[in-house]
Design a protein around this ligand. Structure first.
Ligand SMILES: C[S@@+](CC[C@H](N)C(=O)[O-])C[C@H]1O[C@@H](n2cnc3c(N)ncnc32)[C@H](O)[C@@H]1O
Length: 209
């Protein structure tokens, strides 16, 4: 069977990238811009896991964050770099596997780590490595925002159950909130690529020192 990396390379080569160009999710916007009585997170260093063509990375950079975007598909990164050039902002895009971040020389102490659609497509073993590697590059009080399908989603993505999210991150992270990620659903519905009630969830964690 083809590896996930090969599959994603093929997706980018044939232009099957239905995740591209989505509106930035409400949860990320609330964190970065503030919401109600909750102030915006002070801008610092951010890591975008499985950054694709850079939607979240570019949004964060435009809001003052120093961003590193990681993806294992070169074509995604070359598109992301071209978009950043056109937007006259700056992001450090690095080709790497998020399950081997410590080999990637991307530094550490990231204050905000975001994952829009990466973890939910991984195997069990890769998920173990992801939690270990992401925890190793997080600042002591980092926030981690993951957006993921629950099982039963589309495109053969295995998805991830809320209980599994809690279990996997409980040792080092406190779950601050979780819920439906409505903006992504709305975008997919507009493009006709989603059913009603698409099971997409967000999970916001804070690293325990
Ligand atoms: C569903 S796409 C989402 C892209 C982007 N986050 C967005 O919101 O547009 C998932 C991305 O994760 C990348 N990816 C999946 N597994 C990865 C891994 N183990 N290491 C690095 N990138 C990975 C894929 O190449 C793809 O670009």
């Amino acid at each position: 069977m083809a590896s996930k990396q090969t599959l994603f390379r093929i997706f980018y080569r044939i232009g099957f990238t239905p995740w591209d160009g989505h509106p930035i999710g409400q949860t990320l916007r609330d964190l970065v811009e503030g919401a109600g009585d909750t102030p915006a997170l002070p801008a610092g260093s951010a890591l975008d896991l499985g950054c694709g063509t850079g939607d979240s990375s570019i949004y964060l950079a435009e809001h003052g964050w120093k961003v590193t975007g990681v993806d294992f598909v070169p074509k995604a990164l070359s598109k992301a770099r071209a978009r950043v050039g056109a937007a006259s902002t700056s992001v450090n895009f690095v080709q790497a596997d998020v399950t081997h971040l410590s080999r990637a020389s991307i530094g550490a102490d990231f204050q905000l780590i975001v994952d829009n659609g990466c973890l939910h497509n991984m195997s069990d073993d890769a998920r173990d490595a992801y939690v270990r590697e992401v925890s190793a590059v997080a600042a002591s009080d980092a926030r981690l925002l993951i957006v993921a399908f629950v099982p039963g989603g589309r495109f053969g993505v295995p998805g991830i159950d809320p209980a599994e999210m809690e279990r996997r991150f409980a040792p080092g992270w406190t779950q601050l909130s979780a819920g439906d990620e409505q903006d992504l659903d709305a975008a997919r519905l507009r493009r006709g690529s989603a059913r009603e009630n698409t099971p997409t969830r967000y999970y916001l964690f804070q690293r325990r020192p």
